[in-house]
Design a protein around this ligand. Structure first.
Ligand SMILES: Cc1ncc(COP(=O)(O)O)c(C=O)c1O
Length: 364
């Protein structure tokens, strides 16, 4: 089976982890501090604060933004559940606004309709590794005095108007889950230029401790370990090369797939550098599941990102959500991610293209 995602872990990561294990210092320590400094340099923000996952990064960022009970956060329904759940963690309400059907990202033209006097923040996701339309989103946020928090969980190294994802809003959240463009096993990062928020993030991730056993606010244990950070430091060095490979694989796929009947290749906005966390096709005429089956039968792994909008999940239905975002719903039934990861061989890429051609002839 050609898997739809495959983490690239090499000898250097293994050696660095062994060094940390042998050092006896395995909780948050010097590796985390160094990883944070290097990550902030890479993204181009003043600060980077490492945490235990992308989810805890999102949770913490909403606490930093002062979002609390009764507040609203505008976000996309077409994302992983954590994007909505983080608002629920702080007692706020995620308000789902529809997507642009070409990029699958928040449609800025729809955001105004979702703003109320309770809105505190906009949380755009850079889905599949393609940054959202940040100029318009920042403009709307400024007009209404809202904070912008990027969910950059899928966009390490992506760019918008030559600026790095993670430096495009007030704060940004990254995930280092194993399927992401770089990993620490589990892990996350908040990036920001705001020194006060970064200081508070460091306090909140460690039980609200300002000094040892001096708890000034209610905090959490959201720390990253030095074991995870040791992997992250090596992965960050590799990231440009791994992203380049994803981009080349995507280029090959798009060139060879674009004329296959019934299948649309990803649209890329001219303003962005897309880093293809996922390479996601759109399949016409309700044939997505048939195509998926054919690919799977022929040893090609696939993914559906995502099979339903967040508000359609049972959790949200039980909370009384009655949204209907038409583009998100249409995308949920038509998208199909195929392998694009950096470990794909030329033969595997060729096999994917040939199988898609044959499958299209059979099912359309
Ligand atoms: C868009 C998005 N947001 C948030 C997360 C949560 O990150 P994590 O799995 O590291 O908690 C993920 C990925 O898993 C994601 O894809």
């Amino acid at each position: 089976m050609i898997p739809v995602a495959k983490p690239f872990i090499a000898e250097e990561e293994v050696e660095e982890v062994i060094k940390v294990l042998r050092s006896g210092f395995i909780a948050q320590g010097p590796q985390v501090a160094d990883f944070e400094e290097k990550f902030a340099n890479y993204v181009g923000t003043k600060h980077a604060v490492a945490v235990s996952s992308g989810t805890t990064a999102l949770h913490l960022s909403l606490l930093l933004a002062g979002v609390a009970s009764g507040d609203e956060v505008i976000t996309t329904p077409f994302s992983f559940a954590a994007t909505g759940n983080c608002a629920l963690y702080v007692g706020a309400r995620p308000v789902f606004s529809d997507i642009d059907p070409k990029t699958y990202n928040l449609n800025p033209e729809k955001i105004d309709d979702a703003i109320t006097e309770r809105t505190k923040a906009i949380l755009p996701v850079h889905l599949y590794g393609q940054p959202a339309e940040m100029d318009r989103i920042n403009e709307i946020a400024r007009e209404h005095e809202l904070l912008v928090i990027e969910d950059a969980a899928q966009a390490h190294g992506a760019m918008y108007n030559n600026k790095m994802a993670g430096s495009l809003g007030d704060m940004a959240c990254f995930s280092f889950y194993p399927t992401k463009n770089m990993t620490t096993s589990e892990g996350g990062m908040i990036t920001t230029d705001n020194s006060e928020m970064a200081d508070l993030a460091r306090i909140l991730r460690a039980h609200g401790e300002k000094e040892r056993y001096e708890h000034v606010v209610l905090g959490y244990n959201f720390r990253m370990t030095d074991i995870a950070a040791a992997i992250g430091r090596v992965q960050l060095k590799r990231l440009p090369e791994l992203n380049q490979k994803r981009i080349e694989n995507a280029k090959y796929l798009s060139e060879h797939i674009k004329n296959i009947y019934g299948i649309s290749v990803p649209y890329v906005s001219p303003k962005v550098l897309h880093v293809y966390h996922q390479y996601t096709l759109r399949v016409a005429d309700g044939r997505r599941d048939q195509l998926m089956e054919k690919l799977n039968q022929n040893g090609i792994g696939t993914g559906i990102h995502y099979p339903k909008p967040i508000y359609a999940q049972k959790l949200y239905q039980d909370l009384g959500y009655q949204n209907h975002c038409l583009e998100a719903e249409r995308a949920s039934s038509e998208v199909l991610s195929i392998p694009v990861h950096p470990l794909l061989t030329v033969e595997e890429l060729e096999k994917i293209v040939i199988t898609l051609k044959e499958a299209s002839e059979q099912i359309f």
